[in-house]
Ligand binder design. Structure first.
Ligand SMILES: [Zn+2]
Length: 336
């Protein structure tokens, strides 16, 4: 597929790695990569280098570029960040899956149809998405002391704000990831544990495996640029940086709820999806949460909750393939 590369910029200046500007200054430019598969594309970046030393944070969004509050909060926070008040360095890339941005492609890179958040840390010998993930991982994620990866409900998803961190088995890194999630302050925190059927290859899996504490922070829904969710993410980023000692001020403490079991429900039939619960609802085991119908109005399947919990996201589009993701339920201490 031939796609037009967005984001031309005269001062495209970085190849494979991003050089930092002088302390107390900002650099904006485009990152390019020498891998031939990536030659047509460039990645807008901003480096805010604080006047004093401190950690290096990778602040990324647009691994799924139709998650607009994630993109906007990254752009807005980074643009407003004063290097004179910063200790350390923030490396911001608002859009990772650049080929998906203008086509407004949900979930997948339109060049090879792969979801970039299943293939980190990437592979320089794979298809486009593998190569892109590898290049971004090396340039931006691996060198960082912490990673904040902003997401939200994609074009066809509604969700309540939550953070995910991966339990990698490295206790020190995992404790830092959890501390970052608590500081970010979204109400629910999902610990992604290795288990049968669990997804892998997310930034939150790959970064801790390379020793980089990380969170995925999710807010916003259904392809909409909404201000409350954008603000929530901006405030989360600021508080996370405060917790790392990069910005002045005492970090705010939030009431967060940690999710034990996180179940993704999939559709047993293709057809129309009719949820009977909303995001944020608390459900009981075996409670009906919706049904799948066919195009003649017959009910094909009733969907019920596998356990007590809170509905963290729902596929908001009715068109539902067989085995399609329909919702996620997280088990909490407050359930039931
Ligand atoms: Zn996403």
């Amino acid at each position: 597929m031939k796609l037009k590369a967005p984001f031309p910029r005269e001062d495209a200046d970085a190849l494979d790695t991003i050089a930092f500007p002088e302390p107390g200054t900002v650099r904006r430019g485009n990152l390019r990569f020498s891998h031939p598969d990536l030659a047509d594309w460039s990645w807008p970046y901003t480096v805010v280098r604080g006047a004093s030393d401190g950690p290096q944070v990778a602040l990324i969004s647009g691994v799924h570029p139709a998650e607009y509050p994630a993109l906007e909060s990254n752009i807005r926070f980074t643009r407003s960040l004063d290097p004179a008040r910063l200790s350390g360095t923030v490396v911001s890339l608002p859009v990772i899956d650049v080929p998906a941005f203008l086509p407004r492609s949900p979930f997948v890179c339109p060049i090879d149809g792969k979801n970039p958040n299943r293939f980190f840390p990437g592979d320089p010998n794979g298809t486009f998405t593998d190569v892109m993930d590898d290049a971004v991982f090396r340039a931006v994620i691996a060198p960082a002391d912490a990673l904040i990866d902003l997401h939200g409900g994609d074009m066809v998803e509604a969700l309540v704000p939550f953070s995910i961190y991966s339990v990698s088995g490295n206790d020190d890194v995992d404790a830092r990831s959890l501390a970052l999630a608590r500081a970010f302050g979204l109400r629910y925190i999902v610990a992604a544990r290795p288990q049968p059927g669990a997804i892998g290859g997310t930034t939150a899996h790959a970064a801790p495996a390379a020793g980089v504490p990380s969170i995925i922070a999710e807010a916003g829904s259904s392809g909409l640029l909404t201000e409350p969710e954008t603000q929530t993410l901006v405030e989360g980023i600021a508080n996370a940086l405060r917790s790392l000692g990069m910005l002045d001020g005492e970090p705010r403490k939030f009431d967060t709820i940690e999710i034990g079991q996180f179940s993704w429900l999939r559709s047993p039939a293709e057809g129309m999806w009719y949820p009977s619960v909303a995001t944020g609802d608390h459900v009981l085991a075996d409670q009906s949460v919706g049904r799948i119908g066919n195009l003649w109005g017959d009910t094909l399947a009733e969907i019920s909750a596998p356990h007590d919990g809170v509905v963290l996201f729902i596929t908001s589009a009715p068109a539902m393939p067989h085995d399609g993701l329909i919702m996620a339920i997280g088990e909490t201490d407050e359930s039931g």
